[in-house]
Ligand binder design. Structure first.
Ligand code: ADP
Ligand code: MG
Length: 343
């Protein structure tokens, strides 16, 4: 067909062939990429291969009414990069499986692939294969492999009583951005710039790959994960994995962005809601107190904020210290797929 408009016109093999032509030749550890029955990856393994996979379903994980093809291409890889970052791994090869409704536009797919590959290139990741099938609903599955280079991967389970708790970047921007994109939060015109920033943080989170690798290489971090379900829920996962510990968070230390503060100060959102909201894709990690200088140095070298927000306690539960008083935070969970869909 001369000018295919949809994937149905273009065909599975038309798409795969165009994808293959668009990619540079497999290089480095990747001996063979797209085109055969399997890819051939021959890494020098050192401390091991780490693999993560994420499935994104239209209507559950993304809404095409406010998510462009390019935003989705970016984010479907970014969330996987974030998972490897949280292990301290260096990302390497990626697999992309697409279930596509026949009416999906060729131009949409091209924009999707373009943004996906642009982010892949930024982190030295090669697209090594995948699958393309027809479906009633758009479903995207990304599998990312990486290498534990400089040290052992950092797990969720090593936090100890007395460790400091750190958070990368800023907190709650993605949650606010999502509320704005969904029209759940009406804001005055003066908030336009802040609102645009927050929406962009939701659509294009920054995977903390470089700081993740540096933190793992330092050997200082006892437990780490990336925050996708909300700080409270994910901190709960880290504490449970570390043997049932607790945590204290200091309210005055929480790293909100200028835009986020704008919304908090105007009483458009309360900050404990931001601790429950999800999709920050920031690193949350525990470090012994005598390693503060190590973390400060990494923050400078990686040019990212790494903020000490609290500490690990023997008493279970998550508590917030506000103006000298201590209140329980534990009950407000983050996003659970089967428990809280909706606005
Ligand atoms: P097979 O029939 O052997 O499973 P396919 O015809 O499904 O192979 O795919 C042909 C080649 O194209 C394979 O190398 C596969 O990995 C690759 N491929 C198919 N779909 C995608 C995709 N969405 N992204 C990347 N590679 C893909
Ligand atoms: Mg196939």
């Amino acid at each position: 067909m001369k000018n295919p408009l949809t994937i149905a016109d273009w065909g599975e093999f038309g798409f795969i062939e165009a994808l293959r032509r668009r990619l540079p030749k497999a290089s480095g550890d990747l001996k063979l990429g797209i085109g055969d029955d399997a890819s051939w990856w021959s890494p020098v393994v050192g401390n091991g291969i780490l693999t993560t996979t994420d499935m994104l379903v239209e209507g559950v994980h993304f809404d095409l009414s406010y998510t462009s093809a390019a935003d989705l291409g970016y984010k479907s890889l970014a969330v996987n990069l974030s998972d490897l970052a949280a292990m301290g791994a260096q990302p390497s090869t990626v697999y992309l499986s697409l279930a596509l409704p026949p009416g999906i536009k060729k131009a949409w797919l091209e924009n999707y692939v373009e943004a996906f590959l642009e982010l892949a290139q930024e982190y030295g990741v090669q697209l090594a294969g995948g699958d393309t099938v027809r479906s009633d609903q758009l479903v995207i599955s990304v599998t990312l492999c990486g290498l534990a280079r400089a040290g052992k991967p950092v797990l969720r389970c090593g936090a100890a009583v007395g460790d400091d708790l750190y958070f990368s970047g800023t907190l709650g921007d993605s949650f606010l951005g999502l509320k704005l994109l969904r029209g759940c939060l009406r804001v005055p015109a003066a908030f336009r710039e802040s609102a645009d920033f927050l929406k962009a943080r939701h659509l294009r989170p920054t995977p903390r790959v470089v700081p993740g690798e540096m933190l793992a290489a330092s050997g200082a971090v006892t437990a780490m994960l990336d925050v996708s379900d909300g700080v409270i829920a994910d901190l709960g996962h880290l504490l449970a994995a570390s043997g049932g510990l607790g945590a204290e968070i200091e309210a005055c230390r929480l790293p909100f962005s200028v835009a986020g503060r704008h919304f908090i100060d105007a009483d458009l959102v309360d900050y404990t809601t931001l601790l429950a909201g999800g999709e920050d894709y920031e690193l949350l990690f525990a470090v012994p107190q005598d390693q503060r200088l190590t973390i400060e140095t990494i923050a400078v070298q990686a040019a990212v904020n790494l903020t000490r927000i609290g500490r690990i306690t023997a008493q279970t539960g998550i508590f917030m210290l506000v103006d000298g008083s201590r209140k329980v935070l534990g009950e407000r969970g983050g996003y659970d797929h089967f428990q809280n869909p909706g606005c």
